[in-house]
Design a protein around this ligand. Structure first.
Ligand code: SUG
Length: 425
């Protein structure tokens, strides 16, 4: 239970990219996923890119967590789908998806200073809108139950019941004076009826806020701009990110942009908005480069750094905006590109790959915390066991590929053994 004065820190839990990482084009409304459908994927390179990102943030922040990949191929889902070779290839690919790497969709997290009982509450996201993602939450919950098993400090809930779609932290932001102080939680939902699915339902957001025991006066519910969803912003974290008192957002992120700022400011007067105008970066370019799918970090000296995908540096308009940001007197003083191209090609940037948990690091299971030697170990297992390449026909062809299934299963098992996490096997 939270007591004032306890040392709370933000821990970023990155999803280790799983050995079955592939491009099957499963996510309607996710432009990168659709446009890379059918490409060969490189699971080993993808996972090493992810570890390199974690190493960078470990050096910057002094703390970094991770979650392990979920069991794939998921034989229970294969059975449930009655796959017999006559079905659409996309159905065959779903049990192979490595989508749990995007841990921003693993859960919604309300840190202890925000909740009525002074514990940190986590609700795994049901991800019901997409078949390949809906299989994640029971295994995600098993992992959360272990990582945050200290019941004096954490409560792990069940998922929101269907039909209310919940996508977790990707549609949730927290504003606060410092990570350890009480925050205002902002839930961003989409209204159904557009060309693409609105994955986060308002009722799911409201349910999570109630379950977590949040003070209604410190919760804000905001509608995402339907035009942003239509343009490919399938999660709010593709168009805005918050850290402490700062909201970094595209000017067209919300259905009622100034109404959203007013509502947040009414609950959190210290709000500082860094709004990127459409004239500087179009919505299409923001979505292509994932400028907002960035990690906005508070560095030990109190300044903020934005960890963006390399694609931002390659875009004239986005990089010129970033250079202006760094030269300004604003709160974001550094913009640091990272290479997560394998994940980006499926619509997952630096922010998708991490779940933020504000807590006392002494209260979490240390097996899920990274240090330099564990990063070496994880890299060694990935280099030795992860497939170098997967062609979509390996997983969605009418003939199953038992050798690949065996390799993927063995690779995950080797990682669990190395990390003493066999109980997740
Ligand atoms: O749910 N891509 C993920 C990307 C998730 C990004 N997360 C955040 N924005 N927080 C998704 O659409 C692609 C899978 C495929 O096509 O095989 C995929 O699931």
């Amino acid at each position: 239970m939270f007591q004032a004065g306890t040392a709370l820190a933000e821990i970023n839990y990155d999803g280790i990219v799983g050995p079955s990482h592939n491009y099957a084009g499963l996510s309607l409304g996710n432009i990168a996923s659709a446009s890379h459908k059918g490409d060969p994927s490189y699971p080993r390179a993808a996972a090493l890119q992810g570890v390199a990102k974690m190493r960078g943030n470990l050096a910057r922040l002094g703390v970094q967590g991770f979650f392990v990949p979920l069991p794939r191929p998921n034989l229970a889902l294969t059975d449930a789908l009655a796959l017999d070779g006559s079905e659409a290839p996309q159905l065959r690919a779903a049990p192979w998806s490595a989508s749990s790497m995007w841990t921003a969709n693993a859960a919604t997290v309300s840190p202890a200073p925000d909740t009525a009982d002074g514990k940190c509450h986590l609700s795994p996201a049901n991800l019901v809108t997409m078949l390949h993602r809906a299989q994640e939450w029971p295994d995600t919950k098993r992992q959360l139950d272990l990582a945050f098993g200290n019941r004096d400090h954490f409560t792990v809930h069940g998922a929101v019941p269907p039909t209310f779609g919940d996508e977790g932290a990707a549609n949730h932001m927290r504003l606060c004076d410092g990570h350890g102080s009480s925050g205002v939680e902002v839930f961003v939902y989409g209204r159904p009826g557009g060309a693409f699915p609105a994955r986060q339902h308002e009722q799911a957001s409201r349910l999570v806020a109630r379950a977590h025991g949040l003070d209604p006066a410190r919760c804000v519910f905001v509608e995402q701009n339907p035009a942003a969803i239509e343009a490919g912003a399938f999660h709010n974290d593709v168009v805005s990110v918050a850290n402490e008192r700062v909201l970094f957002t595209h000017a067209e992120a919300f259905a009622d942009q100034s109404g959203a700022y007013d509502a947040i400011r009414a609950a959190f007067p210290a709000l500082e908005v860094v709004e990127v105008p459409s004239a500087a970066v179009t919505m299409a370019e923001a979505i292509r480069t994932y400028l907002f799918n960035a990690q906005l970090l508070t560095l030990p000296d109190g300044s903020m750094a934005l960890i963006v995908p390399e694609e931002c540096r390659e875009s004239a308009s986005v990089w010129s905006y970033c250079e202006g940001l760094m030269a300004s007197n604003g709160p974001i003083r550094e913009v640091i590109p990272v290479d997560v191209r394998q994940s980006m090609a499926n619509g997952g940037g630096p922010a998708c790959l991490r779940l933020r948990v504000v807590c006392d690091p002494a209260t979490v299971d240390p097996r899920f915390l990274l240090d330099a030697s564990k990063a070496d170990l994880i890299e060694k297992i990935i280099s030795e066991t992860w497939p170098e390449q997967i062609d979509p026909s390996d997983i969605s062809g009418s003939q199953a590929n038992p050798a690949l299934a065996a390799q993927v299963t063995a690779a995950r098992a080797a990682l669990l053994t190395a990390l003493s996490l066999e109980e997740l096997g």
